[in-house]
Design a protein around this ligand. Structure first.
Ligand SMILES: NC(=O)c1ccc[n+]([C@@H]2O[C@H](COP(=O)([O-])OP(=O)(O)OC[C@H]3O[C@@H](n4cnc5c(N)ncnc54)[C@H](O)[C@@H]3O)[C@@H](O)[C@H]2O)c1
Length: 351
């Protein structure tokens, strides 16, 4: 049995609490909440969990082995550091922190104390994303040309972070996971329509190695709830629509560059034999996606990583390039959409 404490139970926290409470072998002993209203929610719905506002007392309880941080993004670093310093394995909602320096400080603390540190990158546990990753890795899609993601909605408007830090951690983690690497450079455009200095709409372009281009569009100001990834390969194209019944649609579509048909005899000098572009439009395939809840898988991985003393899938090493990309995009937004190489944010280690 592992005993946990959760910090924060606002909009998203109840999902964590429900999933961890449902896991055999886990007991959420406390929820630390600043709001009396949210403490009442816990009291009324989780009789085996004690709501409290006293974080110091919870961190001082030796029975608590692990802490879940589900508070606003800017509080993550301080709370996670306190939890690690108190000797607790720590799960932090996305983004893990607000800078690479903060991520490194948390990772160093966790490593020094032999503790598990995990980021809440839910989509790394999403069965549709895993199926898409398997398609990319199998080579079935051919060479990956580009992908674009759309995470749009009317609200929920935040005031602590912009739409980039609120929504794009998901998209960056998905792109990095699918492509197996981090971007080389980022360019971002964004506008603050509702609150000064807090962009509600952001378009970010990520350049990956091999001329793979990813475009991320996040917004709190959109008429429709859209959660989509479109990935275009040289052989097939895929749309992952998280709000549709059929999550993945694989299109056997493409445009092939075909060499000219061989001509009998010597090639005439005035016809250098140009390649032709041939359109291909074949079957549409809807792979069956298992109906597992990503958060349940995520919760299981956190507990298994602790028990097996191995890194979880969403470990600090995978969260670091996500934060670096968001930092680069933030710099680009600030500097009139300048192209920001990731090396500016994460200098290459000295040779
Ligand atoms: N994985 C996902 O899909 C997903 C979805 C939504 C939000 N999130 C993440 O979850 C986190 C929380 O987001 P939210 O939408 O629930 O925010 P929220 O503002 O609705 O809730 C935060 C809660 O934390 C409490 N809180 C804040 N500081 C505290 C402190 N120091 N001690 C105790 N309680 C404190 C607040 O009272 C509030 O109830 C954010 O990091 C967000 O990025 C993740």
């Amino acid at each position: 049995m592992i005993t946990l404490a959760q910090i924060g139970c606002g909009y998203w926290g109840p999902n964590l609490l429900r999933n961890f409470t449902a896991l055999p072998g886990a007991h959420v002993k406390y929820v630390v909440e600043a709001s009396e209203d949210r403490r009442r929610y816990v009291r009324e719905n989780y009789p085996r969990t004690k709501p409290t506002a006293d974080l110091a007392a919870v961190l001082a309880d030796p029975a608590v082995q692990a802490v879940l941080v589900a508070t606003p993004a800017r509080t993550h670093f301080d709370l996670a550091l306190r939890a690690l310093q108190a000797g607790k394995h720590t799960f932090v909602e996305k983004p893990l922190a607000m800078s690479v320096a903060e991520v490194d400080a948390l990772a160093a603390e966790a490593t020094r104390r032999g503790l598990t540190l995990m980021a809440g990158h839910t989509f790394l546990y999403n069965p549709a994303v895993l199926a898409l990753k398997a398609l990319v890795d199998s080579g079935e899609l051919g060479r990956i040309y580009y992908l674009y993601t759309q995470r749009l909605n009317l609200g929920v408007v935040r005031s602590d972070v912009n739409a980039l830090w609120n929504l794009a951690p998901h998209d960056v983690s998905i792109c990095n996971f699918l492509l197996g690497t981090a971007p080389l450079a980022v360019t971002a455009h964004g506008t603050a329509y509702l609150q000064p200095g807090i962009e509600d709409v952001v378009f970010a372009n990520l350049e990956y190695p091999g001329q793979i281009h990813a475009s991320i569009h996040v917004s709190w100001l959109d008429p429709n709830k859209t959660r989509k990834v479109t990935l275009v390969g040289s052989r097939k194209m895929v749309v992952y629509d998280d709000v549709a019944d059929d999550k993945l649609t694989v299109y056997d579509k493409g445009i092939d560059s075909v060499p000219p048909a061989p001509v009998a005899g010597p090639l005439p000098f005035d016809q250098p034999g140009a390649h032709r572009l041939v359109y291909r439009s074949g079957e549409i395939h809807l792979p069956k996606i298992p109906a597992t809840e990503p958060l349940a898988e995520e919760a299981r991985d956190f507990l298994a990583a602790i028990a097996e003393r191995r890194p979880p899938r969403a470990d600090a090493a995978s969260a670091r390039p996500v934060v670096a990309t968001l930092q680069a995009a933030t710099l680009s937004l600030k500097e009139n959409s300048r192209r920001v190489p990731l090396a500016e944010i994460v200098p290459a280690p000295a040779a």
